[in-house]
Write a protein that binds this ligand. Structure first.
Ligand code: ADP
Ligand code: MG
Length: 228
């Protein structure tokens, strides 16, 4: 099996000095291609910090993070954004859609950055929106969609680049139980039928239950990993 993520003794301290917070302490985590992992643990346990370290959205103080065998610290800014753009997809709690763009345009946005020609990206975006159950809603703006639908647009956007890995931080936090169920089924389908590796941070029992591997954090330490 191919290794996608390797964290070795990763530590992240915020505000070094007086009010320092040890958000991650010597975290080891190895994720293989095709896994569906949930980072769980109470608020403040370090889930987002770990997700951000894996997605190269934040730096770490010590230890090493590897993505597909490449040590992130060895890569320059351009190489890191290239990895984020082409090989990773991100889903956030607050959806993070661009309010003035339609669903279609939000999904196309990433493909535009990737230099995919207009016609091709228009078709791909339409297909992605259909894939997440939003056929017919291409022209709606985020304000004209429910939270569940907005999160589906965010998922369509995340998978538009055909990433190896999707990182999802509390993706169900703002969804009711029925939308949560739909979103989880969608994530499972992406994992099982499209082979996308998923690492999500969540304290939602519905997400924890469905994930095939649960990595439990507490005070920045992995206290349990069902996958090892
Ligand atoms: P979780 O996602 O599990 O709720 P976080 O990774 O967001 O946890 O936070 C872990 C710890 O780091 C918490 O104590 C939090 O208050 C602290 N923390 C997170 N981000 C920052 C920041 N930018 N500056 C200072 N402290 C932070
Ligand atoms: Mg968090």
């Amino acid at each position: 099996m191919t290794n996608i993520i390797e964290c070795k003794k990763v530590s992240r301290t915020y505000n070094p000095g007086e009010n320092e917070v040890h958000a991650l302490q010597h975290v080891d985590l190895s994720v293989n291609d095709g896994e569906f992992v949930c980072l769980s643990g109470p608020s403040g346990s370090g889930k987002s910090t770990l997700l951000n370290a894996i997605g190269a959205l934040d730096t770490i103080n010590s230890g090493e993070v590897f993505f597909c065998g490449q040590r992130l610290v060895d890569l320059n800014k351009a190489q890191l954004s290239d990895i984020r753009l082409h090989q990773m997809g991100f889903v956030f709690q607050a959806y993070n859609l661009i309010p003035v763009l339609s669903a279609q345009e939000n999904v196309e946005f990433i493909m535009q950055l990737q230099g995919i020609p207009t016609k091709k990206r228009s078709k791909l975006a339409k297909d992605m929106l259909a894939e997440v159950g939003l056929a017919g809603m291409e022209n709606r703006r985020p304000s004209e969609m429910s939270g569940g639908q907005q999160q589906r647009v965010a998922v369509a956007r995340a998978i538009a680049s055909e990433p190896k890995l999707v990182l999802a931080d509390e993706p169900t936090a703002n969804l009711d139980s029925s939308c949560t169920k739909d979103l989880i089924e969608l994530m499972l389908r992406l994992n099982e039928h499209h082979g996308i590796t998923i690492v999500t941070a969540s304290h939602d029992p519905a997400v924890i239950d469905i994930a095939k591997r649960n990595v439990q954090l507490q005070d920045g330490i992995v206290i349990n990993d069902s996958g090892v």
